[in-house]
Design a protein around this ligand. Structure first.
Ligand code: COA
Length: 191
């Protein structure tokens, strides 16, 4: 995919069940980059992942977003929703939800244009709207500065963003929303 042949016009939208195969392709591209030696059987993985992510999108235990350039997928991120462990065994209140962020990936031809930041901002806004109290992820070193700028902080082997603390990460998000090299607002359609 060539960024220059599709100037602007990047669409960001929530993924649906119909996108399971596309999400599997993007996950495979991500794994090729991060897993030394790659995968023994990519076709088997693709089929398994499409089925897995399709089921979890249908149950809404996974949310995902896609960036599309002229209709072609060029970026993604996924969020797994899960109940947090109760603090005390005797606590009968409904479990709070937390989210695990995975698979942030942008096609090399589209990097450095703010797509990853925009995907993460969308994920964080949706997590707040759904009342999640915390986001966690395992960061690859190259992506760490991005997560820090969005308010994530190292916690054990993870990076964590608390969403239930007054003002948590809002400063960083507001500041970064006005970053000049981000995808122009008018070229991003939110689905
Ligand atoms: C990491 C990745 C998602 C960034 O995508 P991107 O769309 O190019 O990122 P953005 O343009 O939104 O940049 C966001 C910030 O991250 C920084 N950044 C991005 N890639 C970086 C890199 N390789 N090294 C250092 N900083 C980087 C940018 O400088 C930017 O900060 P700024 O806005 O203050 O300038 C992309 O390089 C990628 O897909 N990498 C391979 C998969 C991967 O490592 N995913 C992360 C898993 S934790």
């Amino acid at each position: 995919m060539n960024a220059t042949s599709h100037p602007g016009a990047i669409e960001l939208r929530a993924a649906s069940l119909c996108d399971a195969a596309v999400l599997a392709d993007l996950r495979l591209a991500f794994i090729r980059l991060v897993k030394t030696g790659g995968l023994a059987d990519e076709d088997e993985f693709r089929a398994w992942y499409a089925s897995y992510v399709g089921r979890s999108l249908a149950r809404e235990t996974t949310l995902a977003w896609l960036c599309l350039a002229a209709g072609s997928p060029c970026g993604t991120v996924e969020l797994r929703l899960k109940p947090a462990r109760a603090r005390k065994a005797a606590d009968n209140s409904a479990p709070r939800l937390e989210g695990y962020v995975s698979g942030l990936y942008v096609d090399p031809a589209f990097r450095g244009r703010g797509l990853a930041r925009t995907l993460m901002q969308r994920l964080i806004a949706t997590s707040r709207a759904r009342g999640l109290f915390r986001l966690a992820l395992h960061a690859y070193p190259d992506a760490e500065p991005l997560y820090v700028s969005l308010g994530f902080r190292p916690f054990r082997r993870l990076m964590v963003l608390r969403l239930d603390e007054p003002g948590s990460a809002r400063g960083a998000m507001v500041h970064k929303t006005s970053t000049p090299h981000m995808v122009p607002r008018e070229s991003v359609a939110y689905g």
